[in-house]
Write a protein that binds this ligand. Structure first.
Ligand code: HPA
Ligand code: ZN
Length: 334
């Protein structure tokens, strides 16, 4: 089973590029940019990754992002993640980035997006990893700020497939971003939103009804509403679930309590993802191993989860078929 999980071709649909900043690279970039970190050693950084909830993580995550200054920094960050994809047999990835985290520090939007997209292009040519880019609005900031960010993104529209919504969920409901999501839809972007991570399942209904999103990021609180579970099943709305993130941020106290297996058995379109792997202790394969060990997943469960990801991605029908063919060939030989 371990080898099967490690080697099956996978897609990742919920990954914050800023959340892949490994402590080693954080130190390297701090040195390169003459930035003083509050940590002296890699162990000290790792010891700080002891989170009690989403906000306790976000504080450290935004602070870590300060070492990212130049286009080369964003390039290095992204390329390092793509190397992890290669190790994990992730052959397609849809990456989030948070421009406001950087523009608020006077880093140009252009610096951020060109660094990321140049690495994605090289990742395609050198590592054979296919990718898409999704721009997230920070929900603790205003809708006006989100509109400004959308405006800035228009110069690079062809590089961005979709728009998402992340950061502090409690107190920042989907309704706050109704107008900007309407505008993004009119502009032709795919839409996703974090909902039902820490916030109530009502936020999932609202993301569907008010923001018209195509996929829900996290969505694990759906388990608390029979009506919503039925709705998600009927419409086969994809949920990009992040198991290690959920236990690290105490959404579930123990992996044995995670709702992913129940949601899968109920017939929901659930997928497995790593969210912020550098902070949560594992990349894609680690997430699959964690749920397999704690929830007794079968080979069939793994195959379903993997196929759900390719089928729920923002690529063409033909591209999906090609990827699924690769998965089927792997299954035949393993
Ligand atoms: O898991 C998350 N939730 C909300 N915002 C985030 N930004 C990075 N990771 C997350
Ligand atoms: Zn996330």
């Amino acid at each position: 089973m371990k080898n099967f999980i490690n080697n099956i071709p996978k897609a990742e649909l919920h990954l914050h590029i800023e959340g892949t900043l490994e402590p080693e690279l954080m130190f390297k970039l701090a040195k390169r940019n003459n930035i003083k970190l509050e940590y002296k050693t890699i162990d000290e950084i790792k010891n700080a990754y002891n989170f009690t909830n989403l906000q306790s993580f976000l504080d450290i995550y935004y602070s870590g992002a300060k070492v990212l200054q130049t286009e080369q920094d964003f390039y290095d960050l992204t390329y390092e993640y793509l190397k992890k994809c290669k190790e994990n047999n992730v052959i397609h990835t849809e990456i989030f980035f948070d421009p406001q985290t950087h523009t608020a520090r006077n880093i140009d939007f252009k610096t951020v997006i060109l660094g990321i997209t140049k690495a994605l292009e090289d990742g395609k040519n050198e590592l054979a990893i296919s990718s898409k880019l999704i721009m997230c609005f920070l929900r603790h900031l205003s809708q006006e700020d989100a509109f400004k960010t959308l405006d800035e993104a228009m110069k690079f529209k062809e590089k961005i497939i979709g728009i998402g919504l992340d950061s502090s969920e409690l107190g920042n409901p989907p309704a706050k971003f109704k107008d900007v999501f309407k505008k993004a839809k009119e502009l032709g972007f795919k839409l996703v939103a974090h909902a039902g991570e820490e916030g109530s399942y009502e936020y999932i209904n609202d993301a569907l009804d008010l923001l018209n999103i195509h996929r829900i990021d996290h969505g694990v609180q759906a388990i608390n509403s029979d009506k919503l579970m039925q709705r998600l099943k009927d419409k086969q709305i994809a949920l990009t679930v992040c198991p290690l993130s959920n236990t690290k941020l105490k959404v579930f106290d123990d992996m044995k309590e995670h709702s992913i297996k129940q949601m899968l058995d109920y017939g929901l379109n659930v997928t497995v993802n790593s969210d912020d792997p550098s902070y949560f202790g594992g990349y894609m394969n680690d997430n699959f191993h964690a749920i397999t060990n704690s929830l007794n997943l079968t080979k069939e469960d793994i195959i379903k989860l993997v196929k759900n990801s390719f089928n729920s991605s923002f690529i063409t029908k033909e591209e999906k078929q090609n990827f699924i063919k690769k998965v089927d060939e792997f299954i035949k030989n393993n």
